[in-house]
Design a protein around this ligand. Structure first.
Ligand code: M6R
Length: 584
């Protein structure tokens, strides 16, 4: 989705914002644009294509300004063309606006702006003209922005540069916006890692906040709820965490980080998990809500809760609407999200308004993190590759821990965590890495791959298939091995490859199903802790008790990563995808 970063201060904004906007590229985009305040008026440079290409084409690195906004656009409303790139200006070139979100009532607003010259097809452009309209009637910039904000419907965060004002003015609703307070100036951005090299002091803005960002100071007023507090938080990660270091891609860095992150769990006090467990223990039904990969983590959690005697169901955010007549006040919600900004979940928050909510969320200060009663930070640190890896395994672990703690099985949980970490040392040994390479070599030329498993192995099959699709563009379909006989078996021939995930608890049944595939000529890449006759290729995983899925997951992530590399795809930025999906 779009990325915005702005700076107002005593230093030259351009180097900060060049670095910042490159750090926001992971969000997904198709165009880049910037607006810089200058003595001769507002300078706008924008075009479609890669950030660095546009920057070099317009020599943005040679410009300088103390007050500027940089933006990456991910097209939602209006095609990918230069005129649709942000920032948008008004008819008089007095202001420039960069926006992240969707203005739902743009058509009627545009209708009311007869006489204004629109140059783009975007919904965003109504903002610059609405503000202009108010400025023309004598309003100051803050009043003009405030009144415009009140007119628009939907989720929209935007920043306005006014050449007649010392300040930048911004508002937040729905889409993320964070304030960074640095020594010589202040930042506004879609995320913290984009400016964390310059400050770790941040204010996580709330919906309805209007920020007036001066060169030395700032003020925040909430336009919806005046009681909102705006505390300055200190972030506990450094720029190093948001950089690739010696790794070629963020995806591989983030996959490998899991080993250390899982080990760190052993020294956690789990206070928030204990609180969450107390809530779910008394729930009539526990709903676990997520999207994409986070939905798969929700499935792991729901299964763990049921196995520990607690009634639970995993639901994809957008599907919660179908439960609206059955949700009762005694139900508890567990929301799982890396970004904390996923629209499919934010949109259904009203359905949970009377319920206790637990959040397993990676982004502190995000919209969803602010909405929950018990916040369990995933603690994965910045996850910049589009494909979620470390957030997934940690969310799966946290949701399983809630289930085990709720059943009073705290000691079993700690035992299994230790078992997983102990066996993790044997996971990525050279023979396993070379087996993954061989499997990737095979998969890279295929058009379709099946992922099979039963029970929790089926959840891993779903996740493995999603990872492969995202980063290798190969069609991958997960099927519960038990259901293969109900239809999909018709597809099997000697050209077909299936990745089968086999755990001890399902071994016999899954092997029985795999024989059916084998008997029809199918080829099987087995992921298991034991080699089996039915496997044509074998990747060994390790025993991890209740957390064995972490190791299966790391193997599946590596398989997807390696296939992507063999196909010459940049796994960090798959085409058409955005890291945080803030649209319906
Ligand atoms: O930020 P969230 O965890 O709420 O995001 C949900 C999905 O958009 C996300 O998991 C997506 O499926 C990933 N790209 C998968 O790798």
């Amino acid at each position: 989705m779009c990325g915005i970063i702005a700076y107002n201060g005593q230093d030259d904004a351009v180097p900060y914002l060049l670095e910042g906007i490159r750090n926001l590229e992971y969000r997904g985009y198709d165009s880049f644009g910037c607006a810089l305040d200058s003595k001769v008026g507002i300078i706008i440079k924008k075009d479609i294509g890669k950030v660095d290409d546009v920057i070099n084409k317009y020599k943005v690195q040679n410009l300088s300004s103390n007050k500027a906004i940089f933006h990456t656009r991910w097209a939602t409303h209006g095609g990918v063309k230069t005129e649709n790139a942000h920032p948008m200006i008004d008819c008089t070139h007095r202001i420039a606006v960069a926006h992240n979100g969707i203005i739902e009532n743009w058509a009627e607003l545009k209708e009311s702006l007869g006489g204004h010259k629109f140059i783009s097809d975007t919904d965003t452009e109504v903002l610059s003209h609405l503000i202009e309209e108010k400025l023309n009637k004598g309003a100051d910039i803050q009043t003009a922005v405030k009144d415009t904000f009140k007119q628009i419907k939907g989720s929209s965060s935007f920043i306005v540069l006014d050449k007649q004002s010392e300040d930048l003015v911004a508002v937040k609703k729905g889409s993320p916006l964070v304030l960074g307070i640095a020594k010589n100036g202040n930042f506004l951005s879609s995320d913290v890692p984009s400016f964390v090299r310059h400050t770790n002091k941040v204010v996580y803005l709330s919906d309805g906040d209007m920020v007036v960002l001066g060169k030395k100071s700032y003020s925040i007023t909430n336009l919806i709820n005046k009681d909102v507090k705006h505390e300055v938080s200190t972030v506990n990660f450094s720029a190093k965490h948001a950089e690739k270091g010696d790794y070629e891609h963020f995806m591989i860095k983030e996959i490998m980080e899991q080993l250390g992150l899982m080990k760190n769990l052993e020294s956690t006090d789990f206070k928030d998990v204990i609180q969450a467990a107390a809530l779910v223990k008394n729930a009539k039904l526990v709903y676990l809500i997520g999207a994409g990969t986070s939905y798969h983590a929700a499935m792991l959690g729901a299964k763990a809760l049921r196995e520990n005697g607690i009634n639970a169901v995993a639901v994809q955010g957008q599907d919660l609407i179908t439960y609206r007549k059955v949700i009762s006040a005694d139900d508890v919600f567990i929301i799982i999200s890396q970004s904390g900004e996923t629209a499919d979940i934010i949109n259904v928050l009203p359905l949970m308004s009377k319920n206790k909510k637990i959040g397993i969320i990676n982004s502190d200060g995000s919209t969803l993190a602010k909405e929950v009663d018990v916040f369990i930070p995933i603690g994965a640190g910045p996850e910049k590759a589009v494909a979620s890896t470390k957030s997934f395994t940690l969310s799966g672990v946290y949701s399983t821990l809630i289930a085990m703690f709720a059943a009073g099985r705290n000691e079993d949980a700690i035992h299994d965590l230790k078992l997983m970490n102990m066996n993790m040392y044997n996971l990525l040994v050279p023979s396993v890495l070379s087996a993954i390479d061989k499997a990737a070599e095979k998969i890279k030329g295929l058009e379709n791959v099946f992922f099979l498993g039963r029970d929790s192995d089926y959840i891993m099959a779903l996740e493995g298939a999603l990872k492969l699709k995202e980063v290798s563009y190969i069609h991958a379909e997960a099927i519960d091995a038990a259901t293969f006989k109900h239809g999909p078996l018709a597809l099997i021939s000697d050209k077909v490859y299936a990745v089968a995930i086999v755990s001890e608890s399902n071994r016999n049944d899954t092997l029985y199903n795999l024989q059916e595939v084998k008997a029809r000529g199918g080829n099987i890449i087995g992921i298991s802790d034991k080699n089996e006759n039915v496997f044509d290729m074998f990747i060994r995983t390790q025993e991890g008790g209740s957390f064995g899925f972490v190791m299966q997951s790391i193997i599946l992530q590596l398989l997807a990563y390696k296939t992507s590399i063999l196909k010459g795809i940049n796994p960090d930025r798959p085409k058409n995808l955005a890291k945080s999906v803030t649209v319906k």
